[in-house]
Every structure is written in C-alpha cells, then in structure tokens.
Design a protein around this ligand. Structure first.
Ligand code: PEP
Ligand code: MN
Length: 339
C-alpha cells in the first residue's frame, strides 16, 4: 500500500499517522523524495483502506500488490520523465541516444568524441572513469581526474555525462560532475550503493544484473526511489545465459515487460547486450522497436585501439549511421499502433 501524504505534513503529523496505521498490523516505512512524501504499508493484504482514508495528512491511498511499490505502474500511471536540464530528457514517447566510449582514455579522446556527438546531434555521452574489469590487470579508468577533464569539455559543449559509480565513497566526489550516475550490472544488487544514490538529486541509470531477473531490477530501482530519489532510468544490457556465441543475451522481452510494470523509462544497451561490433546496430534498432525510451551504445574513433570493450564498440562512421537509423526507426515505430 502506498499512502501519498499531503504537502506540508510535518514530522509530528507523520508520526501520528504511522502509529494509527501501524495499529492495524501494518509495517509502515516513511519515504521522502524530491517530489513528495509517502508512507509505504506492508502486510495485511485484506486491509480496508476506508479505515484510514479520512486521517489528516493523507492525500491518496493506492493498493499495490507487487513486491516493489513506488516504481510500479499500479499507482503512478503517468510515465516518469527524467529531466536533465537544457531541454534534455529521458522519457516515454521520446528516443534518448547516449553514446561514447567504454572508458574515458584521454583529454584528446574526450574532445574527439564530443565533436562526433555534436555532429550527430547526440546530447548525452557515456564513458567510464571507474571501470569494473574482470581482470585486476586491465585498464581500470582515469578516475576522478578523468571525470573532471570530461566535465569541462562536456559542459562547454552542452553534453550530459552518464558514467558509472562503483562504490558509495565515490558518490560525493563525483556528484558535481555527473548528470546520470550509472549503476553497473555487477552492482545492481549493491544495496548500500542504491541506498546512497537515493539521497542524491541526480538521475540514476540502473543496469540489469548479469544474472538478474526483471523483478530484481525493479526491486533495485525501488531501493533508490525509497531512498528518496525518483529520477531513475532502467537499462536492459543483456543477461548471462547458457549461450556462448554472444557476450550476453540481450533480453528485449524485458523492455515491454518493464514498461508495462513500471512508470520508469527504459533504455537498451546493445553493445554489452550482444558484445559483437557488427551486430550492435541491428540489436539497437530492435531495441527501438521493442519500445525502449533510449539506446546507449559504445563508440570510439578507433575501436581496435580502445582500452576496453573495443570488440563491441562502433567507429564514428558506424555510430553516425546508427544514430540516424535510430531516429528513423523511432519515427517508424510511432506510426505503428501497438497495444
Ligand atoms: C559499461 O557500461 O561499460 C559497463 C561496464 O556496463 P555493464 O555494467 O552493463 O557491464
Ligand atoms: Mn563497456
């Protein structure tokens, strides 16, 4: 049960409400976000909400049977729009394109990528400065200094930054330089990290766990929302299956399912999803047709020289072509009457 509180309830009114609702055998958790105040009630499935509907401070009550509550579409039918400022949004009914290298490698590379993105009319850049690598001997990113360099260039160019945060201690130092905190597939269930990202006023893009279910992804999003941050983007990036012919199995089933279960925007990452450069465009366009609100892919001037994930990274020419095809495919999708 989600109890939406009226604006301007004070702490003592909330305490009274918690006590009165708790008396019905319901476990109550208080949630305050940038957008509103809520009480989440768990237990007593047959509870008659008329017993509390009249209480002072309650604006609305919603019964949500899903285990995740606040990210569910059952109470918030209107899709959530993530506003990154300067007219840049990730939202239902639009097609966000996020492109850039797997890793930020140098100032020169940053400048070249930004030049490429500008030429393609892409306003969001991805790139890792803290890289989760399977081997401790692989390149692990330029760290905070790299992020600061990137920020200086991106800000001047009006480009938004999407980058991975790997641990709680990095959040504060990264905060001023990031537009979207990416939670990587290896960290989808790092609940401490999710809790802390609930406290920031920046968007968070949560990737699906390597072996994560759709439900688990939604529960991870619930952590961030219940921590206080409603600005969440979900990302399908492929899961580990028994298939070895591709790096991961891009589960495009997840897109319409996530969209039907949650009000949050969903983006698709075909680069990690298939892991094979020449097939990334096909899967990106399939992602568009599956109903995604955005595509995030890896692009580099010289993918064979990339410090990480070169095998799945498009060169600038391929990237420019794909950016254009994403737009055309999205325009085509909009002409279809899907359920
Ligand atoms: C990445 O985006 O480069 C990355 C490491 O992604 P994932 O967490 O999906 O593996
Ligand atoms: Mn990568």
């Amino acid at each position: 049960m989600i109890i939406q509180l009226s604006k301007h309830t004070d702490a003592s009114e909330r305490e009274v409400l918690k006590e009165k609702i708790g008396a019905f055998g319901i476990k109550v958790t208080e949630v305050s976000t940038q957008m509103g105040d809520y009480l989440i009630g768990i237990g007593n499935k047959d509870f008659d909400i008329r017993k509390i509907g009249h209480l002072k401070g309650i604006q609305d009550i919603h019964i949500v049977s899903d285990d995740y509550k606040l990210v569910s579409k059952k109470w918030k039918v209107k899709p959530t729009s993530i506003d990154l400022g300067d007219g840049i949004r990730v939202e239902d009914g639009a097609m966000a394109v996020i492109a850039g290298p797997c890793s930020i490698e140098s100032e020169e590379q940053i400048a070249r990528v930004i030049e490429h993105l500008k030429a393609c009319n892409i306003s969001m850049m991805r790139g890792g400065v803290f890289k989760p690598r399977s081997s401790p001997y692989a390149f692990r990113g330029l760290g905070l200094e790299g992020l600061k360099l990137w920020y200086a260039h991106a800000k001047a160019a009006g480009i938004k930054i999407v980058t991975e945060v790997m641990q709680v201690s990095q959040i504060d130092e990264m905060l001023d330089y990031v537009d979207v905190f990416q939670v990587g597939a290896r960290n989808t269930q790092n609940f401490n990290l999710l809790d802390e990202l609930g406290k920031v006023d920046k968007a968070v893009m949560i990737k699906r766990g390597i072996s994560g279910t759709i439900e688990e992804l939604l529960q991870s999003a619930e952590y961030v929302f219940s921590g206080g941050n409603e600005k969440i983007i979900l990302c399908e990036r492929g899961i580990r299956t028994y298939e070895r012919a591709s790096r991961n199995t891009l589960d495009l089933n997840a897109v319409p399912i996530l969209k039907s279960k949650s009000h949050l925007p969903v983006v698709v990452d075909p680069s990690h999803g298939i892991g094979i450069r020449e097939f990334v465009p096909q899967m990106a366009l399939a992602g568009v047709m599956s109903g995604a609100d955005g595509i995030i892919y890896e692009a580099h001037e010289n993918p064979d020289k990339a410090y990480s994930d070169g095998q799945q990274t498009l060169n600038f020419q391929q990237s420019a072509l794909l950016a254009d095809q994403i737009k055309k495919t999205f325009a085509l999708r909009k002409t279809f009457q899907l359920l």
